[in-house]
Design a binder for this molecule. Structure first.
Ligand SMILES: [Mn+2]
Length: 464
């Protein structure tokens, strides 16, 4: 049987050859381990008992295998767009479907050709739900197309693909020879110029599928990538979470049920479409905890989708869920007692908290995400609106549920930054969730006081 050597990994003593061949009219991936030296792109005779060089025309074999891969991929792809049964989302899915299936075809080609694949996902409930969905989707392909090369997974702390990340990915890709370019998949990183250098470094070296749902930014290079997909490009917005996008992407080549991942991503990211099914609330809580602090179940600060899937559906689920709830409730109760409450003229409550005072032993909850949970807890109590200001290290997070026409925390930050020249190093975010980095920890109190003053002033000026 003729086979194409698509990839070589391992050491000189035990080379592992990845081959693409045909069985019963279908392209399949097979592996062979041996010491004889062959090169990537060579055509060999594969009999299950060693490889033999053949004098076959390389280009003919490659061409016909490519065609077979193309048609096999088409038969794997789902025809009708995946439905979540939420109308706005389904309509956005329909608009994105051609682009997502196009990207899926690329992934399938990379899998058939045993190209190295790196998947980086954001370390929160949204990004990790997306990673679990893609993992499930790929897992279902093993039986259909043979011994797939497992992708590498990295839980990415942060929301930009930096030059260092590109360098580390290239180093890893360089350890494996492959006939086709490697593939990088990014889930929930944001669309920001902070990734420009990384994108620039990797874009000729690997193909990139970038799945995001953050607002577009004109000067962000990632959005010019061919396989960049974002609901904002298709008249939808961030409420269509990255986890949903990744799950819908995975559904293009998988029949697995993706709804659980979609619901947990929407709960994790406070999507306007979230439905609080108990099961999904629990999954989101466990994922939020494990991505904040993987040492809760393991010895390293890394975690793979396999480990996450075991945690959310294995026998430890209930125990992990209890631990997450107890830890979180304790921090929330302490936060209420440790925070200082201010009030604007029209009754909007402002809670100021030093996270250091309530921080638990584990890294869960992380301060930024905790601020959203603190706000959610206070919403029941403060009917006229609430804003929380949480300081942790050099950062101050602000969360608000007040209509931005009455009080915009974004504007409050701008005012504080103008009034306290030099004290604020940088800031970002939007009308309901923002964060500030102070230039010097000692000036935090002064910056917070300026923020409270700006909020109070705005609130009295914009009485509804
Ligand atoms: Mn997200």
């Amino acid at each position: 049987m003729k086979a194409l050597i698509t990839g070589i990994s391992g050491t000189q003593m035990g080379r592992k050859y990845h081959l693409l061949t045909m069985e019963e009219g279908k392209p399949v991936i097979v592996e062979s381990t041996e010491r004889t030296l062959f090169n990537v792109g060579e055509v060999v005779d594969y009999s299950g008992n060693g490889l033999i060089a053949v004098s076959e025309s390389k280009s003919n074999t490659i061409e016909s295998l490519s065609k077979e891969v193309e048609s096999a991929s088409e038969s794997i792809l789902r025809e009708e767009p995946y439905s979540i049964a939420i109308r706005d989302l389904d309509e956005a899915t329909e608009r994105m479907w051609p682009k997502l299936t196009h990207a899926a075809k690329l992934l399938l080609r990379k899998l058939f050709f045993s190209s190295p694949i790196m998947i980086r996902f954001h370390n929160d409930a949204d990004g990790s739900s997306g990673a679990c969905a893609i993992y499930k989707g790929i897992e279902g392909l093993y039986q259909r197309i043979g011994s797939i090369n497992s992708p590498y997974w990295i839980m990415h702390k942060g929301i930009s693909y930096r030059k260092e990340d590109a360098e580390s990915d290239m180093l890893l890709f360089n350890g494996i020879s492959s006939y086709e370019k490697p593939l990088l998949i990014i889930v929930d990183f944001g669309t920001s110029p902070d990734s420009n250098e990384g994108v620039e470094a990797i874009k000729d070296f690997a193909d990139v599928i970038w799945l995001d749902h953050h607002p577009l930014q004109e000067d962000a290079e990632c959005q010019k990538l061919k396989y960049y997909t974002n609901p904002w490009q298709f008249s939808s917005d961030s409420n269509y979470t990255a986890g949903t996008l990744a799950a819908v992407f995975a559904s293009t080549f998988s029949d697995a049920d993706m709804k659980g991942f979609i619901y947990s991503s929407m709960i994790g990211d406070y999507s306007g479409y979230r439905v609080k099914y108990d099961e999904a609330v629990g999954t989101a809580a466990i994922l939020d905890m494990l991505t904040s602090d993987p040492t809760i179940i393991g010895s390293s600060d890394k975690i793979s989708p396999k480990e996450m899937l075991d945690a959310i559906s294995g026998e430890k689920r209930q125990e992990l869920l209890n631990f997450a709830n107890v830890t979180l409730n304790e921090v929330l109760d302490n936060s209420f007692n440790e925070s200082k409450r201010h009030e604007t003229q029209n009754g909007i409550a402002i809670y100021v908290l030093d996270f250091e005072k309530v921080k638990p032993e584990s890294k869960y909850p992380l301060p930024g995400r905790f601020s959203s949970k603190f706000l959610e807890r206070l919403e029941e109590r403060e009917k006229k609106g609430v804003i929380v200001i949480v300081q942790a290290g050099s950062y101050i997070s602000l969360r608000s549920n007040v209509n931005s026409r009455t009080v915009s925390i974004k504007k409050a930050i701008e005012t504080a930054s103008d009034n306290k020249q030099g004290l604020i190093e940088s800031y970002g975010g939007h009308e309901y969730a923002s964060s500030v980095k102070v230039s010097n920890k000692d000036s935090r109190a002064e910056v917070i006081a300026a923020l409270v003053t700006a909020i109070k002033k705005m609130s009295s000026e914009n009485k509804d």
